[in-house]
Design a protein. Structure first.
Length: 205
């Protein structure tokens, strides 16, 4: 039998209201309401798992990692993204795929043993280009809906990880970060072009 192919498009939900109530199940509100935009000025976005009538089952950029919730269809607009990102920590490799086609593969630096990069199914929730490149984050960063299991806060933020550029290319291929995934600046520029908000990010051991 033929192996099923990986989808070439992925559903995304963008918040259209200034505050979004998360629901534990359709019609069952949770204790969480999200401000839109976020405290960082980024638009709230969700990765869509399924639609059920006037409800949308989503992945949320929130602790705990892997959090799922339901949102009202009227509170979001739906679209698709074309690609997905796979990060293999053991291989120190990031790959951008369209379906099963490899668009880019590059060596990365990952978290130290003491501050590991979290594993799981996540998504891009922000794209920030930096020109000129920043000493710490290089030419830009993709904020990922994954949070450090060690740092509850970091650098004034909430301990969220990112895929970002670096000026320290000699450290690529090593365990050297506080949990973020570092690429060279040429690679992060290409990845930012290929991975708009909502793009799935799978991080595996």
């Amino acid at each position: 039998p033929t192996e099923p192919r990986t989808p070439a498009t992925w559903p995304v939900a963008d918040a259209v209201s200034t505050s979004i109530t998360l629901y534990d199940a359709p019609g069952v509100p949770s204790d969480t309401t999200l401000d839109n935009p976020t405290w960082e000025g980024l638009d709230v976005v969700f990765s869509v798992i399924e639609r059920r009538g006037e409800w949308v089952h989503v992945r949320v950029s929130s602790r705990p990692n892997g959090r799922e919730a339901w949102v009202r269809r009227q509170d979001v607009s739906l679209r698709t993204v074309p690609n997905r990102i796979r990060v293999e920590l053991g291989a120190r490799r990031l790959t951008v795929l369209h379906g099963d086609e490899v668009l880019l593969s590059t060596t990365v630096a990952i978290g130290r043993l003491s501050t590991p990069t979290p594993v799981g199914a996540f998504f891009v929730d922000g794209v920030v280009r930096l020109d000129p490149p920043d000493p710490a984050y290089g030419a830009g960063q993709l904020s990922v809906s994954a949070f450090s299991e060690v740092h509850q806060t970091f650098g004034g933020g909430v301990g969220q990880i990112a895929i970002h550029g670096t000026q320290a290319v000699a450290l690529l291929g090593q365990e050297t970060s506080n949990g973020c995934i570092r690429l060279d600046n040429d690679a992060i520029r290409m990845v930012m072009d290929m991975a708009p908000t909502g793009t799935p990010v799978e991080i595996v051991p």
